[in-house]
Design a protein around this ligand. Sequence first.
Ligand code: NDP
Length: 245
Amino acid sequence: MNNTLAGKVALVTGASSGIGEATALALSAEGALVAVGARRADRLDALVHKAAGEMLALELDVTDQESVRAAVAKTVERFGALDILVNNAGVMLAGPIGGADTTEWTRMVETNLLGSMYTVHAALPHLLERKGAVVQVSSTSGRVASAASGVYAATKFGITAFSEALRQEVTAQGVRVVVVEPGFVATELADHITDPTMRAAAQQMATSMRTLQPEDIANAVVYAVTQPQHVAVNEILIRPTDQTR
Ligand code: NDP
């Protein structure tokens, strides 16, 4: 265990799998006290046992403002502060616009965009108090939209817009805003796609290249949040070397 983040408190949303889980473990390995939130509490309980140091499991649904506020409050109650928010919870229900099941659009906007906004809103007073950092997990889809990812891309473009406004509002007060834009990472994200053709296409893409691993993104987050206070790493784009688009 390192101690680059000793005495720091982090909250990671969407920590029950994939990038969030790896990031929570990486922050813990750097000495941070980490609160982990997601809906699948059983997975979070298992994660706590793998942590290098103290970790707090919080059942959290980011689409529910009350749940978000409670998670932030419990983090501060348990660890006394909040220095780093990793706003990572997200869903990717890919599919074409025409004929889409629009309840999937609602889920993506409520989770990826509104959920991450609610979390910033609830965490901000604490981050300002500690001159902390917000890590916003966006995507390459937050830079380039493509067919069959219109709504997902819209949520990620939205995260970028919100993050830049946030940066301008809080950077002079010492809060750093980091947008992380991963390319293809091997996680369960695409397994939740309901359209069988889309799901198969994503699975095919995964076998066609050396994908990123969740730990690759976790390392980038650790890099950003361990810089000296005067250095703001505002944007990190990471693709697999084999990913062309
Ligand atoms: P996973 O599916 O493994 O992780 C998604 C996480 O989000 C899970 O922990 C899930 O937990 C959580 N989540 C979903 N809905 C909610 C909710 N309503 N409230 C709280 N937590 C929720 O996929 P990834 O690790 O890949 O995804 C993490 C982030 O990375 C997402 O924002 C995704 O868009 C982004 N990303 C991923 C890429 C990839 O290629 N994998 C590429 C670019 C960006 P639970 O279901 O238990 O609530």
